[in-house]
Design a protein around this ligand. Structure first.
Ligand code: CO
Length: 211
C-alpha cells in the first residue's frame, strides 16, 4: 500500500513551523474563519491561491476548477459563492486566470480530451462570442488573449448570479475583480475589470426589484 509518507512528513514539519511562528495559530483558526476574499482560480498546480498573494490559512476562501469557469448551473461553484458572500461576508471576489492555461489551450484545440470537453465548451463559447473568431489564428497570442477574455467573462458570470445581485440589492459592499497570473515570472496583473455595482452590467442581467 502506498501511504505517501513524505506528504505526512512535510505536514508535520509545516504544522510545527506554524506553531513556532504563532503558538495560538491553529487554536484561533479552529474557532472560526473570517477571510475577506473569495478566490476563484484555475485548478492548475502552478497557481496556488494562498502562496501567490502571500496569505496564510484562514485569509482567503478558495474555489478552483479547470480554467476558472463560473457557470450558473454549477452548484459547486454557486454554493461556494453563496457561502462566501452570505455567511463569510467576503468583500472581494477575485477571478484569477493564468496565461498558459491548459484548459484554454484545450478549448482552442480540436483534439478530443474526453468528458472535460463539455466543461471547456464554456471557453469555446467565450471565444465564439469574441472578436478572436474573426481574426487570423495566432497560436500563443490568441491563447493569451482568450485567457484574458475568459477572466472577463467569468467576472461577469459572478456578477450575474442571484447571489451577487441579492448582495448588492441588500447594500452589501462587494466587488468582483479580474486578475491574470503569469507562470513565467510569478506576477499577477489586474485586468481592471472591477465591478462593484449592477450599473456596470448590461441591463438584461440587472435585478433591482424588491421581490
Ligand atoms: Co489553467
Amino acid at each position: 500500500m502506498r501511504e505517501l509518507k513524505h506528504l505526512f512528513d512535510n505536514n508535520r514539519k509545516w504544522a510545527e513551523q506554524m506553531r513556532q511562528q504563532d503558538p495560538g495559530f491553529f487554536t484561533k483558526l479552529a474557532e472560526q474563519q473570517a477571510p475577506p476574499y473569495l478566490w476563484i482560480g484555475c485548478a492548475d498546480s502552478r497557481v496556488p491561491a494562498n502562496q501567490i498573494v502571500g496569505l496564510d490559512p484562514g485569509e482567503v476562501f478558495v474555489h478552483r476548477n479547470v480554467a476558472n469557469v463560473v457557470s450558473h448551473t454549477d452548484f459547486n461553484c454557486l454554493s461556494v459563492i453563496q457561502y462566501a458572500v452570505e455567511v463569510l461576508k467576503v468583500r472581494d471576489i477575485i477571478v484569477c486566470g493564468h496565461y498558459g492555461c491548459g484548459g484554454v489551450a484545450g478549448a482552442l484545440a480540436d483534439v478530443p480530451l474526453g468528458l472535460i470537453d463539455n466543461w471547456l465548451r464554456h471557453i469555446k463559447d467565450v471565444y465564439e462570442a469574441s472578436d478572436l473568431v474573426h481574426g487570423a489564428k495566432n497560436g500563443a497570442k490568441e491563447a493569451d488573449t482568450l485567457c484574458e477574455l475568459n477572466v472577463a467573462a467569468q467576472v461577469r458570470n459572478v456578477c450575474y448570479t442571484t447571489i451577487v445581485q441579492d448582495a448588492w440589492r441588500r447594500g452589501q459592499n462587494l466587488s468582483v475583480h479580474g486578475w491574470i497570473y503569469s507562470l513565467d515570472d510569478g506576477l499577477l496583473k489586474d485586468l481592471d475589470l472591477c465591478i462593484s455595482d449592477p450599473d456596470q452590467l448590461a441591463a438584461i442581467y440587472r435585478m433591482r426589484g424588491t421581490g
